[in-house]
Design a protein around this ligand. Sequence first.
Ligand SMILES: [Zn+2]
Length: 466
Amino acid sequence: MRRVFLLFGLIAAGAALAIWFADRPGMVTLQWAGFRFDTSAGVLFALVAVVAIGAAAMYRFWRFLRRAPRNLASARRARRRRQGYRFLTQGMVAVAAGDSSEAARLSKKADRLLQEPPLTMLLSAQAAQLDGDETAARRYFEAMLDEPDMAFLGVRGLLTQAIKAGDSAHALALAERAVALRPKTEWVIEELFAQQIAAADWDAADDTMLQAGRRKVLDPEIVRRRRAVLAVAQCAALDAAGDTGKATSDAMKSAERGCKLDPSLTPATTMLARLLAADGKIGKATRLIENAWRRDPHPELAAVYNTIDAKSGSTGSELDQVKRTQRLSGNNPDHAESHIALARAALSADLWGEARRHLDAVIGQADDESDVGARVYRLMADIEMAERSDAAAAGRWLAKASRPDESWICEACGAVHGAWRAVCGHCGGFDVLRWRTPRNLTPPAPDPADLLDPPLDASPAVLAPT
Ligand SMILES: [Zn+2]
C-alpha cells in the first residue's frame, strides 16, 4: 500500500515538474570540442537525473562484488556451525541411547565442524565413558577444568569416576571443589557430606551442614537432626581420645549441643548425663535423665540413671535402687519402660510380688501376649527361679518369648547393633539406627565393633532362629 502511494507521489511530482518546466521554456546550448548540443532546460534536467541514478546503481554493484568473498565465507561458516550443532545434538541422543560407536563418530564430526572444544568435550567424554575408556574420559574431564564455564562439569565427571573407583580421598577433594563452584546445589552438598561421613570427619561434616543451613539449601529440620547426630559422634570420638581436660570439656560441649539440637536423641542425653556425672554434676545429670524419661523412656536412660546412682554416694543397696527407680519412673508412671525398670529393681531387692505386679502391668497393656518383648518374659522366668527355683514355670514363661527385644536396628540394611552409633558399621549409612524390634529373627553377621560394645539387654537366644 505504501509503495502504491509512493509511486503515485513520484508520478505526481514528475508531472508537476514537467508542467513547471513547460511553463518556463528556455534553451540550453552546450558547446565543447567542436560539438554543439541544443536542448531545452527540462531535457537537460532529465538527463542529469538519469546519469545520477545510473552512477548510484553502479556503486551498489561494485560494493556487492567487493564484499562477495567475505559473505560467501561467513555463509559457509554458518552452515558448518549449523551442521556441527546437529551432530552434537545427535551425538547426545546416541549417548542417551547407549550407542557408543555412533556417539564417538558424531562427537568427532561435531568437533571438526565446530572447532570449539568446550562444546564437544562433554560429548567426547561421555562417548569415551560409554565405550568403557575411563582414561580418555578423564582426559576430557580434566581439560574441562581449564574452561571456566565447563569446570563444574569436569569436576562432576571426575567425582563420579573417583566414587566408582572407590578413591575416597580424591572424591572428597573433588566434592570440596564442586561445592566451591556451586555452593547452592543440593546434590553437591549431599555428596560432600557423604564423603566427609565416610572419612569420619565429623567437624567438617558439621561445617558443611552449618553452611547448607545458612544458604537454605537443605531443610532446617534435616540440618538440625544431622548436626545433633554429628555432635554425639564428635563427643564419642573426643571421649575415646583420652582423659585430658581439654578433650573432656570439648566432649561435654558437643554432647550439650547434641541435646539442644535434638532433645529426642537418646544417645545425646545418655552421653551428656554420663559426662556430667563423671564431672561430679550428679544433680544436673539426674534431672537430665528424668526430663528425657518424661518425654520418651528408654532402657539406656534407666541404665545410665543407675550408674549415676552408684556415683551419687548412696549406699548402693538394692532398696536404695528401688527408691531411685521409683523416682525416675514417677516421671512417666504408666509407661511400659517404667514398669520394666521397677520390676528389675524389685527383683534385685527380692521384692517378688512387687516385681510380678509391674510385669503383669506390662503384659496387661499389650493387645496380645505375643506383642510383649522377650525381656519381660525373661524377667518373669528369673522371678520363678529366684523365688521358688521353679524351672518348669520359668520354662513356660520363656516359651512365650517369641517377640525379639528392641535394639538399635539399621533402617537401611537391617543390621542389629548392640549400641547406637552415628554410622551403620554394615552399610555406612548415616543416622540410620532406630530403636526397633528386629523384623526377622536372623540378623546379618554382627558388626565387629559390637563385640567391644555388647548389647545392653539382649539375649542371643532370642535373636537366633526358633
Ligand atoms: Zn546399615
